[in-house]
Design a protein around this ligand. Structure first.
Ligand SMILES: Nc1nc2c(ncn2[C@@H]2O[C@H](COP(=O)(O)OP(=O)(O)OP(=O)(O)O)[C@@H](O)[C@H]2O)c(=O)[nH]1
Ligand SMILES: [Mg+2]
Length: 443
């Protein structure tokens, strides 16, 4: 995500940080580089101009230049400006478990509306909300089927009807929702390649009929400024409430994320970060700014961990770690928890200082997980609890049983051993202090 922008900014800041004090010229040079980086990221040029002049106003002054860490101060100012640029002003899609909230999704063809429909439904169902989806795309032949398949996967009802009359489908959905005490009705609508009048008129009419509580504009982040221009046109016709920015996982530049709020004055509410139905995140400007500046996204990481890991279980594990009683069985459990959080790659990219250092095209193979799992599963209960008994012949048996080589088995056992040593170190009082310092530095 945003790798090229992050890389460029990282270079500028490294240069600044390396200097003991800053002259006005240093800052001006850095600002010029930042300006180019933003333009290359496909941020709207007017936004870039304002952005740079705001940063300049704050950065060129006694306070920054005379401070002990001028480079760091400039980074902080850029960070603040990025947050301001993507400000959501506290926007929140409010859904309640005792009444109906209606949401309408609109956007260009292929922007990710139908996928977002299912993602939203799943997201709110996890919060105890009763969602229902409505197939209002009656033009693309497979569109209704697509939504139905998604609905089946997550076990959420889909309203559809064999008709070209979208208003009839909408009416049916409104009736069903009130009969079945649905809390969230999400309308998937048809997209078009070009914005055309009949399509817009249909959306305007649908809006008048449904009276949605929220209209969300779905935009494909990888289309950059194009997405922003289209957003403006949709906004003029439909005054949508917020944006779902999809395919951020494939967006190396970040122009849409950085421009859409400033151009339409409507905030980003959610971002799509992958093709899976669980790949939806609430949008937080501060976390996004951290990601862009390569500072990682620890909060999202923690939230994901909290969702995936049972609190009691993780407490038990933590205690075992501290007492150095962590076994291969616990290790296996941890691996399975991590897997629930998403792909290994997406997790690593959120770790401060890690994300942007990985090459953009690097694919971390989740198969490695499966191999480790297979190896541990090929061990007896006793071996998992007491790996020290695993001798040569046992290694051979485990290798055969898991379809891995003995070298792989050896490597896992060695890594596990090292992990235990590290845990032992961090469980001492000095170790805890080290760990805290480490976290402070990276946070
Ligand atoms: N990588 C990635 N792919 C996504 C994301 N969201 C949607 N997609 C993919 O984008 C493609 C189009 O998504 P759809 O949900 O069908 O788009 P749509 O707006 O409903 O398209 P139309 O109904 O044709 O207008 C599909 O292949 C999705 O899997 C995302 O956040 N990340
Ligand atoms: Mg669709």
């Amino acid at each position: 995500m945003f790798d090229s922008l992050t890389d460029r900014l990282d270079k500028v800041f490294r240069n600044l940080r390396g200097k003991g004090y800053l002259t006005e010229q240093n800052i001006k040079d850095a600002l010029r580089e930042i300006r180019i980086a933003l333009l290359e990221a496909d941020v709207n040029y007017r936004i870039v101009k304002n952005f740079i002049s705001e940063v300049e106003k704050r950065a060129i002054g006694e306070e920054v230049m005379k401070s002990l860490t001028p480079g760091q101060q400039v980074v902080k100012i850029v960070y603040d400006q990025l947050v301001a640029l993507m400000d959501t002003e506290g926007f929140e899609l409010k859904v309640y478990n005792n009444k109906l909230t209606k949401v309408m999704l609109v956007g260009l063809q292929g922007s990710g509306k139908t996928t977002a429909c299912a993602k939203l439904a799943l997201y709110y169902r996890k919060k105890g909300i009763k969602p229902m989806m409505v197939a209002c795309d009656v033009y693309r032949p497979a569109a209704i089927e697509q939504l139905k398949i998604l609905g089946k996967q997550i076990d959420i009802p889909v309203v559809s009807e064999d008709t070209k009359d979208v208003y009839k489908i909408a009416e049916k959905a409104l009736n069903l929702a009130s009969q079945q005490l649905i809390n969230l009705l999400i309308f998937d609508t048809a997209g078009r390649l070009q914005i055309d009048e009949p399509m817009m008129d249909e959306l305007v009419r649908l809006k008048a009929q449904i009276k949605p509580d929220y209209i969300l504009f779905v935009a494909d982040a990888t289309t950059g400024q194009e997405a922003v221009n289209v957003a403006k046109e949709f906004y003029d016709k439909l005054t949508f409430d917020a944006v779902i920015l999809t395919k951020l996982d494939g967006d190396a530049r970040g122009g849409a994320a950085l421009s859409i709020k400033a151009v339409t004055d409507r905030p980003i509410a959610f971002v799509g970060i992958g093709e899976k139905i669980s790949d939806l995140e609430v949008f937080y400007p501060d976390r996004m700014a951290s990601r862009i500046l390569g500072m990682g996204d620890v909060l999202t990481l923690i939230e994901k961990a909290e969702q995936a890991i049972d609190e009691k279980e993780s407490e038990k594990l933590a205690k075992k770690m501290l007492k150095n009683q962590f076994t291969l069985n616990d290790f296996l459990k941890q691996l399975q928890n991590i897997k629930k959080m998403g792909s290994l790659e997406s997790i690593i990219r959120m770790i401060p200082g890690m994300g942007h250092k990985l090459p953009a095209d690097l694919k971390i193979d989740d198969k490695a997980f499966k191999h480790i799992e297979a190896i541990i599963q090929s061990m007896t209960e006793k071996e998992r609890e007491h790996p020290e008994i695993i001798n040569g012949s046992r290694r051979l048996r485990i290798a055969k049983g898991s379809g891995q080589s003995v070298t792989e088995v050896n490597r896992l056992l060695r890594q596990f051993d090292e992990m235990k040593k590290m845990m032992k170190r961090f469980s001492s009082p000095q170790g805890k202090r080290d760990l805290e310092n480490m976290m402070k530095r990276s946070g």
